[in-house]
Ligand binder design. Structure first.
Ligand code: 5AD
Ligand code: SF4
Length: 411
């Protein structure tokens, strides 16, 4: 979502006559789009921006903007800690930044309640610069779930949905521009009231060959959605379903509104209907009160589902969330060791799953001259003829690695 927001913002500035540069020293305007989900992300952003001190002294006219979730969470605190920052702008207000800069009104612009009532009224979509045949299309923003550890509902506000018509118009426009792959985005993308309809209709647009969606809230995922994916060739065989823990007790403490049995049902249904579909997830280890037995249940779930990829995080208390008041009682060492054990297990099983593909033929869209992604989002590198960007390629898989596949191009 942040990447999509950043691209959109960059498009808005380009419409004002700005050009992008990769060289820090060349820039007149620097924009940092930030994440607050873990302490580490904010820390990194802060120290990165802090390092601009010399540059700002040499070039006092350079404008530094901090936008997004950290801007919303820390507001004026950012300028207090880093006086070189000129603009601090919340995640929905960031699209006003070109206007604010034009007026030269430096300052703090957090999103108001009012601002976050509706989906930002900007022509939204953004073309992914690292794979220029694919486009990001946010369909909802914010979150109503209030998992006790999560800062997102506070910084991005309640759910805001984009109308189905807007989504479709955007996708059609992208298709006309030659985009063939659409990524539908939302913090809980499947809570959009028209989610299933949007899937079906975007998949049917002339010129759209692939549609992906991230991130789904497991509690709202149902077998019907899996069946729609199974019966619609354009819908990617890729399910990112962040389960967070394999223990019902921990899920309940976290305020997640589903049980492990529901997650298991969905995952098994996917494996049954679409044996080669990728299932990926997120885990938090060391949530307050997580026992060795709880953690073992997480490991058992990993053994059972054999995820294609897991994104794993140590619990990080976020000020203002409900769990910030819980005692952070799992020690750093235990968090670290649980993370290592979990990572070793899922990687080993993911490699095993990738080996299923050896000898099979996968259809890819080239993201570089000799690599691309399959419908199930596996990165494939091939030997043989180079392909044009976005071109369709068939590759016979000859080797499985933990995070990618290698093959030989056959057409
Ligand atoms: N601590 C650690 N991980 C977190 N996540 C969200 N909030 C926290 C937190 N306070 C993780 C979850 C989520 C992913 C985007 O970040 O796993 O799915
Ligand atoms: Fe955060 Fe939970 Fe919403 Fe995901 S569903 S964004 S973890 S509050």
């Amino acid at each position: 979502m942040n990447k999509a927001d950043s691209l959109r913002l960059s498009e808005l500035f380009q419409a004002e006559g700005y050009a992008c540069t990769e060289e820090l020293e060349e820039a007149d305007l620097l924009i940092y789009n930030t994440c607050s989900v873990r302490h580490h992300a904010e820390n990194k952003a802060m120290s990165y921006i802090g390092r601009l001190k010399d540059l700002k002294e040499q070039k006092p006219d350079i404008k530094v903007s901090v936008v997004g979730c950290m801007a919303q969470r820390l507001k004026g605190e950012i300028i207090k800690r880093l006086p070189l920052v000129d603009y601090v702008v919340g995640p929905s207000s960031m699209f006003d930044l070109p206007e604010l800069i034009k007026k030269g009104k430096a300052g703090v612009y957090a999103d108001s309640q009012e601002k976050r009532k509706e989906f930002p009224d900007v022509e939204y979509s953004s073309i992914n610069t690292s794979s220029p045949f694919s486009g990001y299309v946010p369909i909802m923003r914010g979150c109503n779930n209030f998992c006790v550890y999560c800062i997102v509902p506070y910084v991005r506000g309640r759910e805001q949905y984009r109308t189905k018509e807007d989504v479709l118009n955007e996708c059609r426009l992208l298709a006309e521009k030659g985009i063939s792959e659409i990524m539908l985005l939302g913090q809980t993308v499947n809570s959009h009231p028209d989610f299933k309809d949007i899937l079906k209709v975007t998949a049917g647009i002339d010129g759209i060959k692939r549609v992906r969606f991230v991130t789904s809230y497991p509690g709202y995922m149902d077998k019907e959605t899996v069946d729609i994916v199974a019966s619609t060739p354009e819908l990617c065989n890729y399910f990112h379903l962040p389960v967070q823990s394999g223990s019902d007790r921990v899920l309940k403490e976290m305020g997640r509104k589903y049980r492990v049995s529901h997650f298991r049902d969905i995952a098994f249904h996917i494996r049954e209907k679409l044996p080669f579909a990728a299932i990926t997830t997120d885990f938090i280890v060391g949530f307050p009160g997580e026992t060795e037995a709880d953690f073992n249940e997480t490991l058992n779930l990993v053994r059972e589902i054999k995820f294609d990829q897991c994104f794993t995080f140590k619990y990080s208390p976020r000020e203002g969330t409900r769990s910030a008041k819980f005692e952070d009682d799992v020690s750093r060492e235990v968090k670290k060791s649980r993370l290592a054990v979990l990572n070793e297990l899922w990687s080993k099983l993911a490699l095993k799953r990738n080996k299923l593909f050896v000898g099979r033929i996968l259809e890819l869209f080239a993201e570089s001259k000799k690599s691309g992604r399959s419908s199930n989002y596996k990165i494939v590198h091939w030997k043989g003829a180079q392909a044009a960007l976005g071109g369709k390629v068939k590759v016979k898989i000859i080797e499985a690695l933990p995070h990618s596949l290698k093959g030989r191009r056959i057409t």
